[in-house]
Ligand binder design. Sequence first.
Ligand SMILES: NC(=O)c1ccc[n+]([C@@H]2O[C@H](COP(=O)([O-])OP(=O)(O)OC[C@H]3O[C@@H](n4cnc5c(N)ncnc54)[C@H](O)[C@@H]3O)[C@@H](O)[C@H]2O)c1
Length: 283
Amino acid sequence: MKDFKGRTAVVTGGASGIGRGLADRFAAEGMNVVIADVEQGALDGAEAEMKAAGATVLAVRTDVSKMADVQALADKTIERFGGVHIVCNNAGVGGGGPVASWDAPMTDWEWVLGVNLWGVVHGVRAFVPLMIKGGDEGHIVNTASVAGLIAGAGGPQYTMSKFGVVGYSESLYHELKMAGGKVNVSVLCPALTNTRIIESGRNYPGGPPPEPAEGSPEKMMLDMIKGIFAEGMPPSETASIVLDGIINERFYILTHPEHNDVIEGRVKAVVSGGSPPTLMPRP
Ligand SMILES: NC(=O)c1ccc[n+]([C@@H]2O[C@H](COP(=O)([O-])OP(=O)(O)OC[C@H]3O[C@@H](n4cnc5c(N)ncnc54)[C@H](O)[C@@H]3O)[C@@H](O)[C@H]2O)c1
């Protein structure tokens, strides 16, 4: 897909971070943009800022872990703009902290898999039939992570969700080819990006967990990690890489080539029966 002007893009998790970067970029390309997010305050702020910058934008509060919400998002998109051409299934949460997977609360598993994995399933179910029916060119971008290619860059729940998004997107690629339509798919696997992902607990069902006490080792660790994310890639740069990937029909969209050796190392370990490498070994 090379022509964007006047077409319509939907971005889940569009109120902040990478999603906001994508939304701004699509708007700059002259697209109508639908931003969907569970966080009402951030959504209202993003809508106001984008409108003030001259964008044609529709904001829809959506919890992507709920099929009914994502279906309503699709219905509202068609009602307002009459079609849909790009869908970024991007909403996601970090999660799965230092607790071992066998001890982690089931609510952690359900939350992370519900948003990161089921959110993508819901997005594809709601939008792909509309895109195929519309008959135009279309592109789905599913946000996974480098943690969908190498384990250990997040908690086990996160790793499982992101490996799932990569695997599902690969299947979807073949399904869309077999369907013979004009709809394409990419999987975005970013590494460190300057967003609020480390504060994902703000959207934890039932309310955020308590903040660690000032001066505690947990608080110092949290501040250190926040500092590391603040040094990450700006979302606007990620958005440019994604746009280039859409234009050039790249399936795997990676943002940090410095990790390629480890990814290659994993593939070599698979075929040689070795042990899995990791990006962030735990102590
Ligand atoms: N930041 C990174 O370094 C990094 C690296 C790899 C992958 N990712 C992925 O990028 C995507 C975007 O995350 P980000 O880094 O921009 O974080 P972010 O926290 O800044 O943005 C995520 C957005 O998703 C929204 N969201 C959370 N739960 C939702 C739900 N149930 N329904 C709808 N929206 C919901 C949040 O409100 C927020 O606006 C995620 O899928 C994340 O896993 C991020």
